[in-house]
Design a protein around this ligand. Structure first.
Ligand SMILES: [Mn+2]
Length: 216
């Protein structure tokens, strides 16, 4: 499936990439990384998230180019839906998205629907970003520092700063590779964690609940 999706990314030209409402670091980082990689391959890309990028993620390259509304499905050959267990979690664009000819669904949550024509759901992966990294290797593309920073931030936040049970050897190995490609841990940690706004605290709390760290 990884190779099949890699070929789809190579062989099409007009992409919609989308992620869930109330976006977290994996949602925005995965969206930005995929958009940057596709643009690097010369593709047309629209990156969509219904809700605003949270303040602590606005340092990420590409995050200021994410759109919050999309028009008709005919503009797109392929829609790639990231980190999203059900299509309706996309929000108001779900209706448009359903009519895109080909949907590729990439996620690491186990309870989701197989709503895509191609579904790559890998619960053993720390994050959607980890799955994208494998796809990028299969194309193959060399990642820019900007794409690496997006993926690194996604893995960092979805593993709760490498504290949760999903902090696998593989997640750490990919994070190390992303640092060698230009992601700067000190910078990312400063951006992500050195401001504790109410929205930030709520997001940390939610991601901890999802990961089973906090049970109430
Ligand atoms: Mn995730």
């Amino acid at each position: 499936m990884i190779a099949t999706i890699a070929r789809e990314l190579e062989n099409n030209e007009r992409f919609l990439v989308a992620t869930h409402v109330n976006p977290d670091g994996d949602a925005i980082g995965s969206l930005g990384a995929l958009a940057l990689v596709l643009e690097g391959m010369g593709k047309q890309v629209v990156a969509y998230c219904q809700d605003e990028v949270p303040g602590f993620l606005r340092f990420l390259p590409y995050s200021d180019r994410i759109v919050r509304e999309i028009s008709g499905p005919d503009r797109f050959e392929v829609a790639v839906v990231l980190d999203c267990g059900e299509l309706d979690r996309i929000g108001s664009a779900a209706e448009v998205l359903k009519h895109v000819r080909k949907i590729i669904h990439i996620d690491h949550h186990s309870s989701g629907d197989d709503f895509g024509q191609l579904n790559l759901v890998r619960p053993e992966c720390s994050s959607t970003a980890e799955i994208l990294y494998e796809i990028f290797q299969a194309i193959p593309v060399s990642l820019t520092p900007e794409a690496a920073e997006n993926l690194y931030t996604a893995i960092l936040t979805d593993t709760g700063s490498f504290r949760f049970a999903n902090t696998t050897p593989r997640a750490l190995a990919i994070a190390a590779e992303l640092v060698s490609l230009g992601a700067v841990p000190e910078k990312v940690a400063g951006e992500v964690y050195d401001s504790m706004s109410p929205e930030r605290i709520e997001l940390l709390r939610n991601s901890s609940i999802r990961s089973g760290l906090i049970l109430s």
